[in-house]
Design a protein around this ligand. Structure first.
Ligand SMILES: Cc1cc2nc3c(=O)[nH]c(=O)nc-3n(C[C@H](O)[C@H](O)[C@H](O)COP(=O)(O)OP(=O)(O)OC[C@H]3O[C@@H](n4cnc5c(N)ncnc54)[C@H](O)[C@@H]3O)c2cc1C
Length: 321
């Protein structure tokens, strides 16, 4: 209930131009800017520095150039070119990182030509990624994009196979059936709970039901999937992943945990200590505001963290926040 309210509040904030302007001015102004907690920086170089630190701690990364719902074809080409440069940087710096991409950044929602533009952009990205030996994960966005995103993924998967993977969200009723389909075609799936505000007609509203569906889909992925990525900060579900891996004879090299940059860093270190694979989702770029408000909406404590850092100028850096 509180989580739903906090998500709704953050959606209102995300729509506000004046708050965006204010936040963008102050959030990343220096290393103590409040947005630095969840965002690695505004440039590709900032992102590579963050990855080097994570790699040094035994963690892999997945880099995400922030930006979504791009409105013009020209802007989708700019995003594509930045991602292509990023792939070259990953290679030249010899860092251990995938990339994560959002299809609405590459044209998916542009009327008429959008789908074709998006597919062309993605082909250029996956081809370059293959050459550089970097895996591409397609993030899943709001439900208005689910079917179109899966359509583009199916097309790319047929053409490029295991170089590209997808994300499914346990809050959607349809996800069990999507998991079964992805298992059948041998697709690599990242399972998450889902970060958008969705209506009751298509999505579980109660956290308990979202968690139950996660648990169920997780077992299906461990049993029949291809290198499942368990994306959650929920200890109970992480324990379930270990339990299902044992039950279905999946060794720790055959799946990975994934967590978000800046969230539960104590747990992140423990996963590595326990001998499991961990990949950190590392967002960077100038368009950080919508992503950032989604992270805030997931936990009420994050809001108090921001208020403290703005008004008291003593950011609380507790690892569990
Ligand atoms: C690697 C990765 C990739 C993702 N990709 C996508 C995607 O493509 N599409 C999509 O819709 N969603 C994505 N998500 C977000 C996901 O759907 C959830 O919104 C988010 O992870 C919170 O759910 P949870 O599983 O951590 O569980 P929750 O039950 O929400 O949280 C469990 C515990 O984790 C901690 N926690 C969780 N979130 C936060 C936070 N923001 N700040 C501080 N502490 C927190 C808290 O201690 C909380 O009690 C991704 C998540 C991860 C980890």
């Amino acid at each position: 209930m509180i989580q739903q309210l906090s998500r709704r509040l953050m959606y209102i904030v995300a729509e506000s131009r004046s708050i965006k302007k204010l936040a963008t001015k102050h959030g990343m102004k220096d290393s103590s800017g409040f947005a630095r907690r969840f965002i690695a920086g505004e440039t590709s170089e900032d992102a590579i520095t963050a990855i080097k630190d994570l790699n040094g701690m035994g963690m892999s990364a997945s880099l995400d150039l922030l930006g979504e719902n791009v409105k013009t074809i020209e802007d989708t080409h700019k995003a594509r070119d930045t991602i292509l440069d990023l792939l070259a940087l990953i290679k030249s710096n010899n860092v251990d990182s995938h990339i994560s991409v959002k299809l609405t950044q590459l044209g998916l929602n542009i009327p008429d030509k959008g789908l074709k533009v998006c597919k062309d952009n993605m082909q250029a990205i996956v081809e370059a990624a293959e050459k550089n030996n970097v895996f591409v994960r397609i993030d899943m966005e709001g439900s208005g994009c689910t079917e179109k995103t899966l359509g583009v993924f199916r097309y790319l998967h047929k053409k490029y196979g295991e170089s590209v993977g997808i994300v499914l969200q346990s809050y959607l009723y349809r996800t069990e059936s999507d998991v079964r389909e992805m298992n059948k075609i041998g697709a690599k799936v990242r399972l998450c709970k889902g970060a958008y505000l969705e209506p009751e007609i298509i999505a579980f509203q109660k956290k308990k039901m979202v968690d139950l569906n996660y648990d169920h889909c997780l077992e299906l992925l461990m049993k029949d999937g291809n290198f499942p990525a368990v994306a959650t900060h929920d200890n109970r579900l992480m324990d379930k992943a270990k339990e299902y891996a044992k039950k279905h004879d999946v060794s720790p090299e055959k799946f990975e945990f994934q967590m978000i940059y800046g969230i539960r860093r104590d747990v992140q270190r423990q996963i590595i200590k326990d001998g499991y694979r961990l990949r950190i989702y590392v967002p960077f770029g100038k368009e950080w505001f919508p992503y950032y408000t989604r992270r805030l909406g997931e936990r009420i404590d994050n809001l108090t963290f921001i208020l403290k850092s703005i008004y008291l100028e003593t950011p609380d850096d507790k690892d569990t926040v």
